[in-house]
Design a protein around this ligand. Structure first.
Ligand SMILES: CC(C)(COP(=O)(O)OP(=O)(O)OC[C@H]1O[C@@H](n2cnc3c(N)ncnc32)[C@H](O)[C@@H]1OP(=O)(O)O)[C@@H](O)C(=O)NCCC(=O)NCCS
Length: 172
């Protein structure tokens, strides 16, 4: 899973405004894959952005992927989860910069956690990725390990985080 630090967000911590429309998620389709590869280049330029071929492999493997579309129908958010018998792993999550801070990332992560069911969920995140760390902590993830030089070519370190097994509906 690749990650990049983002700018401080002035409205971080504020509740979603009542006039904001609900975040609607859809399953990732094969025709969306080109858009995901473009977003990866934008969001993870120094951390081996995933290619269209990699996303095709993800879908072919049966992993659970969701996307969010903007008002024009273009994909501006995506997230994926792999599931084993007892564990699940967040594969990747990203939101186009102009759509960040509007609740899309949280909605997608909660969708993945719902799909994880009663499994332990693992992920890796760059140690300097404060927005992602804040999101993960708020969804019940805690640090369980440090992987040095995990990202390439940046050489950045990653934290491994875990969300223990819990019943549905206990995301926050
Ligand atoms: C991490 C990311 C997916 C969050 O998506 P988002 O749509 O901006 O997040 P949301 O608007 O749903 O906010 C959810 C939470 O994330 C955290 N957050 C988001 N942006 C933040 C920022 N700039 N600073 C601090 N915390 C932030 C907050 O905890 C926020 O909760 P709040 O709404 O109660 O304040 C997004 O920043 C992103 O795509 N980053 C680049 C790619 C990346 O780093 N992916 C993660 C790889 S591990």
């Amino acid at each position: 899973m690749s990650h990049a630090p983002q700018q401080d967000r002035p409205d971080a911590g504020r509740p979603r405004r009542p006039d904001q429309p609900p975040v609607v998620l859809e399953p990732l389709g094969w025709s969306d894959i080109g858009a995901l590869a473009e977003l990866e280049l934008l969001l993870f330029p120094g951390d081996s952005p995933w290619t269209a071929e990699m996303f095709r492999s993800e879908l072919a493997a049966g992993h659970h992927y969701v996307v969010h579309r903007n008002a024009s129908g273009a994909v501006d958010g995506y997230a994926g989860l792999s599931r084993g018998d007892e564990e699940a792993a967040v594969r990747t999550i990203g939101v186009r910069p102009d759509a960040q801070g509007t609740g899309v990332g949280r909605a997608m992560l909660e969708g993945l956690l719902e799909a994880a069911g009663e499994r332990r969920v693992l992920l890796e995140v760059r140690t300097d990725n404060e927005p992602a760390l804040a999101l993960y902590r708020s969804c019940g993830f805690t640090r369980i390990g440090l992987r040095r030089n995990y990202y390439w070519p940046s050489g950045a370190d990653a934290l491994t985080m875990e969300r223990p097994i819990q019943g549905r509906g206990q995301v926050r």
